[in-house]
Design a protein around this ligand. Structure first.
Ligand SMILES: [Cu+2]
Length: 307
């Protein structure tokens, strides 16, 4: 009976360890599929830190459970009163200190690999203004005409982040890009702190009031296809495997999420969008022209009556 709590703790910890061991094999329990060209760098750091913290977690839990099991309350036994051990305290301060210092060194190449490659805007770089606000993502795209002007004069691409044009295209909660091309995001917020989190692209960047922060990423694979709705005949860009008749996603791993990773108010958890990676730039441009037509339809005013 005295060993009861030791057993409970031991069994619970073992079960947790078992869940952890099978998680990578169960769809949806582990990291979402990486489609970023620099995702390997990010995942390497994640696994390294997971291995170190995992090792020490199992070690300390094992010592804890063993002690609970070995030394339950017993008639006539008194626990010793310990004032502390300098040697132990130095040890458990130095070891994490050294590990943290090594981690700080190990992450430098990954950091440089990503931050050093921040693209300079020209006609080849896709640019998107990302405006976070309670509780939505608004994406600002250059119009096809503005993109064409960059083809003629790449210098014109420089001011996209600072100067919205009247013909820019605004889309809620849908981030569109195409494969194997650098995307330069100009991230801002209209109200409070938010954080742009795109798990499949291994991107997480805080948005700070009053600042526009550059972020870049790319996608080495696409998840989007153009279909026609079987009944209405309308063109739709959807995730591969989406069934417009039933609304079902036959390939859930093709749904790539945009989430907010900084608590920003009551509807924070609903602040989510989706990433649509098109197979080619021409497919993206087709979508962009479609979005432009929709925007023009929305904002068109009925003709003034003639006198
Ligand atoms: Cu938010």
């Amino acid at each position: 009976v005295h060993k009861f709590w030791g057993l409970v703790f031991g069994v619970v910890m073992l079960a947790a360890l078992g869940l952890f061991a099978v998680a990578p094999l169960v769809p949806g329990w582990w990291l979402p599929r990486n489609v970023a060209s620099y995702g390997g760098e990010v995942d390497f750091l994640f696994y390294l830190i997971l291995a170190i913290t995992g090792f020490f977690f199992v070690l300390t839990e094992a010592i804890l459970v063993w002690n609970i099991f070995q030394y339950p309350a017993r008639e006539g036994r008194k626990s010793p009163f310990v004032h502390g051990s300098h040697r132990l305290e130095v040890l458990w301060t130095l070891v994490p200190g050294v590990i943290l210092f090594l981690l700080a060194l190990v992450q430098v190449p990954g950091w440089l690999y990503i931050k050093d490659r921040m693209p300079v805007p020209d006609q080849t770089v896709q640019q998107v203004g990302v405006i976070a606000h309670q509780w939505q993502w608004t994406f600002r795209y250059p119009s096809p005409q503005r993109m064409a002007s960059w083809e003629r004069d790449p210098e014109l691409a420089r001011d996209f982040g600072r100067s919205p044009h009247l013909d820019d295209i605004y889309v809620e909660n849908e981030l569109h890009l195409w494969t194997n091309n650098k995307v330069l995001v100009h991230l801002s917020t209209r109200d409070v702190l938010h954080s742009l989190f795109i798990p499949n692209l291994r991107v997480k960047q805080d948005a700070l009031p009053g600042k526009t922060i550059p972020v870049w990423f790319d996608a080495i694979d696409h998840n989007t296809e153009l279909i026609r709705h079987p009944r209405t005949g309308r063109e739709m860009w959807v995730e591969i495997g989406y069934d417009p008749e039933t609304g079902e996603f036959k390939q859930p791993d093709m749904i790539w999420e945009v989430a907010c990773a900084e608590y920003c108010g009551t509807r924070h958890s609903l602040m989510r969008g989706k990433v649509y990676v098109h197979p080619s730039k021409s497919d993206f441009l087709k979508w962009l022209r479609h979005a432009q037509a929709e925007q023009q339809q929305r904002t068109a005013r009925p003709a003034e009556p003639k006198n």
